[in-house]
Design a protein around this ligand. Structure first.
Ligand code: GLY
Length: 259
């Protein structure tokens, strides 16, 4: 069964992206595109078939396809982004996903960003954030609890999305930023804190036994490599600092799932 990674090219308008917790600084679009191409190359190297959804130059944040949907084995939930500037991004992603999954939309008054949903086994942790509200979380629960998923809301403060604060790096193993999320929510998991000074180091993209991880957090990378070695999980480092200026990270730039 092929593993698909949906991506989308960096918008010409990325300089006008949404920013919530970081200050605006110039973004070099060529550099962002080069890093994005390296990221797509890493996805291919790790066995994914990269499928680009149509470019959306009118949407500054369109490269961050993760926020448009949450793909479960059984269905895809189409998000309703909390930022109104991003709502138009979902239609083309839903069209692409409908080739692989039944799609279920989040509807008004719900808002839900895919970046707020961390699926670990049959648990979907959902950040209650500036982008995701209780109605969105409840609609997600109704869509996936009949399939055997438990939906666990988690308050998110200090960062944009739940997955800015915590991601899964191996079965039952998380990397997290203790300033933004409490480890208590993840009982039963081994939770590895980011290294001191590496504020944004908790966003990692696990694909099987490899983890795409930003080269800009070397101390956390070293810790993860050590802790994951006996599980035969290893890191694939990528440069990701240009899109980080748009408050995006490695999970944000793809939707990875088995076809
Ligand atoms: N710039 C990413 C977001 O705010 O959605």
């Amino acid at each position: 069964m092929p593993r698909i990674a949906l991506t989308r090219e960096v918008s010409d308008a990325i300089a006008r992206c949404e920013l919530t917790h970081i200050a605006r600084q110039p973004i070099d679009v060529r550099r962002a595109r080069a890093q994005h191409a390296e990221y797509e190359a890493a996805l291919r190297e790790l066995g994914c078939r990269v499928e680009r959804v149509p470019a959306a130059p009118e949407f500054p944040d369109a490269v961050f396809v993760e926020d448009a949907a949450i793909v479960f084995s059984e269905l895809a939930v189409i998000a309703r982004p909390g930022a109104s500037s991003r709502r138009g991004e979902t239609e083309s992603v839903a069209r692409a996903l409908s080739a692989y999954r039944r799609v279920v939309p989040i509807r008004e008054p719900g808002t839900l960003d895919g970046g707020d949903v961390l699926v670990a086994g049959r648990t979907a942790f959902v950040g209650r954030s500036t982008r995701t509200n209780d109605a969105g979380i409840e609609q997600l629960r109704r869509a996936v609890s009949p399939l055997g998923y438990t939906v666990v809301p988690i308050p998110v403060t200090g960062c944009l999305h739940l997955k800015s604060a915590v991601t899964e790096v191996a079965d039952g193993v998380l990397v997290f930023q203790p300033d933004w999320v409490a480890a208590d929510f993840f009982r039963g998991f081994e939770a590895i804190p980011v290294a001191a000074g590496e504020l944004y180091g908790a966003n990692a993209l696990r694909i099987g036994d490899r983890v795409i991880y930003p080269a800009g957090f070397p101390k956390t990378a070293e810790q993860l490599a050590e802790r994951l070695a006996d599980r035969a999980v290893s890191l694939r480092l990528v440069e990701a600092d240009e899109l980080a200026k748009a408050e995006g990270a490695v999970t944000c730039c793809s939707l990875v799932f088995d076809a």
